[in-house]
Design a protein around this ligand. Structure first.
Ligand code: 5AD
Ligand code: SF4
Length: 440
């Protein structure tokens, strides 16, 4: 019997990469690898990369440079690059960093075991094809081990929106949805392994249109209602959504489906109609605000989160002020904000840049406003009762940490219970990035 080899995976970027890394680990499990958290022990290192902003991509090359010593010490060590940098750069990676043995795009993971066999003979393996079939179905080996109580499940991949700044339509390809039955079977499997909360993932998850058993397509709301029937599954979330795909049935589900959590990540990017148009977002600030209004009518306590880009080409101070105005109107519980980063090959890459110091200043001002809103909402939770799904033990004796319905991290004291329990908790304090409470 051959001995087990060790695989070290480092994941960059979004939650979909986290999910993909888990699937790759499972696929490699079938090829005799087990994962390790100690890089020195690894027989194979896999970087699951992100290409969304320039810094993310450059990090990959500097990280690869650091493996030189490891490879010298252990010539059999195999190094692979997966994810969106692999997809976008392909052979260029090997040209820049010849010690890379394997390059695999996000649509070719199911071929990872074959590729590993190939590189064992000393050859290189490169695969950035887009398959016709559902790659997650091709990744058959599903282990039976216990899982943490909150899990991700990819239901949709790719994007047809082509925002002018974004590489996703190029790296992840066109929108594809997984059929309802496959999602349900994976969800039941997760629940059997201890999962109580599932976050449905997709670059454009609310554009989901997976095939139902009758061959007709289903909406994300239909999928949520199907998952609602899965016994043992207690919480459903989804991310990331586009404002133009917030259909009535999904908004209604937020009001009616008890398992659908009151949290929505709905990126707007900018509050200036001029900039939104140049971003090719196909919505205005006003139409976004109307969507928010309808969602809040269905679920008044929903916590909203967003994404913002500052310093998009030709953004003026007035445009930026419009973004701040929109933020003030919405009141976000949480948000991600970025300085615009030029991505070669995207339409915006051709346009004149905003002065870098100016863009940094805007980012700081925007983040200060968001932090303030986040604080206000967190503070308003003090004294309220929430439900917390316990995920792990806390730092203090007898304390557990988990997430509330609103995705706030909550430290629960007072005989909190065990991992996987969902416990009623009274919030007693608002901390910097979390809440503290006691079990009721
Ligand atoms: N520059 C800065 N931010 C970007 N994002 C996507 N592309 C870029 C870019 N070129 C941000 C958007 C998106 C989030 C995932 O990343 O806000 O919603
Ligand atoms: Fe990128 Fe999202 Fe726009 Fe698609 S909708 S192009 S993933 S920012």
């Amino acid at each position: 019997m051959s001995e087990t080899k060790k695989l070290f995976i480092k994941t960059y970027g979004c939650q979909m990469n986290v999910y993909d890394s888990e699937r790759m680990a499972e696929a490699m499990g079938g090829a005799g690898y087990e994962t390790t958290t100690a890089i020195e022990d690894a027989d194979m290192i896999l970087l699951n990369t992100c290409h969304i902003r320039e810094k993310a991509a450059e990090k990959v090359y500097s990280e690869l440079g650091r493996f030189k010593g490891l490879k010298e010490a252990k010539p059999d060590l195999k190094i692979g690059v997966a994810g969106c940098v692999a997809q976008a750069e392909g052979e260029e990676i090997v040209r820049r960093q010849p010690m890379v043995d394997l390059v695999v795009g996000p649509q070719a993971y199911h071929r990872l075991p074959e590729m590993e066999e190939k590189i064992r003979t000393g050859a290189r393996a490169l695969d950035t094809d887009f398959p016709e079939e559902d790659k997650f179905e091709l990744l058959k080996s599903r282990p039976k081990g216990k899982r943490a109580p909150a899990a991700f499940l990819t239901v949709q991949e790719g994007c047809d929106k082509f925002c002018a700044f974004c590489v996703v339509p190029y790296t992840r390809g066109a929108e594809v949805s997984r059929p309802v039955d496959r999602v349900l079977s994976e969800a039941r499997d997760l629940v059997d392994r201890g999962v109580r909360e599932i976050t449905l993932l997709g670059q454009n998850v609310n554009a989901y249109h997976g095939e139902g058993r009758d061959g007709r397509s289903r909406s994300l709301a239909d999928l949520v209602w199907e998952l609602d029937k899965v016994e043992g599954l207690e919480r459903i979330r989804f991310t990331t959504s586009h404002p133009n795909d917030m259909q009535d049935d999904l908004i209604a589900a937020h009001g009616e489906c008890k398992k659908l959590m009151p949290y929505l990540h709905l990126p707007v990017q900018s509050g200036s109609d001029k900039i939104l148009k140049r971003m090719n977002r196909s919505h205005t600030a006003e139409s976004y605000l109307r969507v928010i209004e309808r969602i809040r009518a269905a679920r008044p306590d929903i916590l909203l989160s967003g994404d913002f880009i500052v310093g998009f080409p030709e953004e003026t101070e007035e445009d930026f002020q419009a973004t701040l105005d929109l933020i003030k109107e919405v009141k976000y519980g949480q948000a991600y904000s970025f300085k615009y980063s030029t991505r070669p090959g995207t339409p915006a890459a051709e346009r004149p840049l905003v002065d870098d110091a100016e863009a940094s200043d805007r980012l700081q001002r925007l983040q200060a406003l968001i932090t303030q809103q986040q604080r206000d909402i967190q503070n308003s939770m003090v004294g309220r009762e929430v439900s917390v799904l316990l995920e792990k033990t806390g730092r203090l004796e007898g304390q557990m940490v988990g997430k509330s319905e609103y995705l706030h991290a909550v430290h629960v004291g007072g005989n909190p219970g065990a991992v996987g329990d969902i416990v009623r908790t009274r919030i007693v304090e608002s901390l910097t990035n979390s809440l503290a409470g006691v079990r009721i």
